[in-house]
Write a protein that binds this ligand. Structure first.
Ligand code: FES
Length: 93
């Protein structure tokens, strides 16, 4: 069985389960607090992969229901565009 130190919860920001558990034990019991400290949820997927895992871990350790845990701020996906697209304008043609 895998050691919890090796279990990666946030693949985008390389945050492990042991780090998440350590922060919850210290009293950081909202996803936003954990996000600010670890950047978990701030990667390219914007938390789509890790957010629910973090919320479930907070619920498990604190004994709260998942519905009682405040959600993180959820931003729409941003797609990278080429700089040339921004530099182009209709006047240039
Ligand atoms: S897995 Fe955490 S931000 Fe993508």
């Amino acid at each position: 069985m895998a050691d919890e130190k090796d279990i990666v919860i946030c693949r985008c920001e390389d945050v492990t389960l042991s780090k998440i558990r350590e922060l919850i034990e210290k009293g950081y019991t909202t996803p936003d607090e954990i996000k600010r400290i670890t950047r978990a949820g701030m990667g390219p997927c914007q938390g789509r992969t890790c957010r629910d895992l973090i919320i479930r871990e907070i619920a498990r350790i604190t004994g709260k229901k998942i519905e009682e845990i405040p959600m993180t701020t959820f931003r729409p996906p941003i797609r990278p565009i080429k700089l040339g697209v921004l530099a182009e304008s209709e006047d240039d043609e």
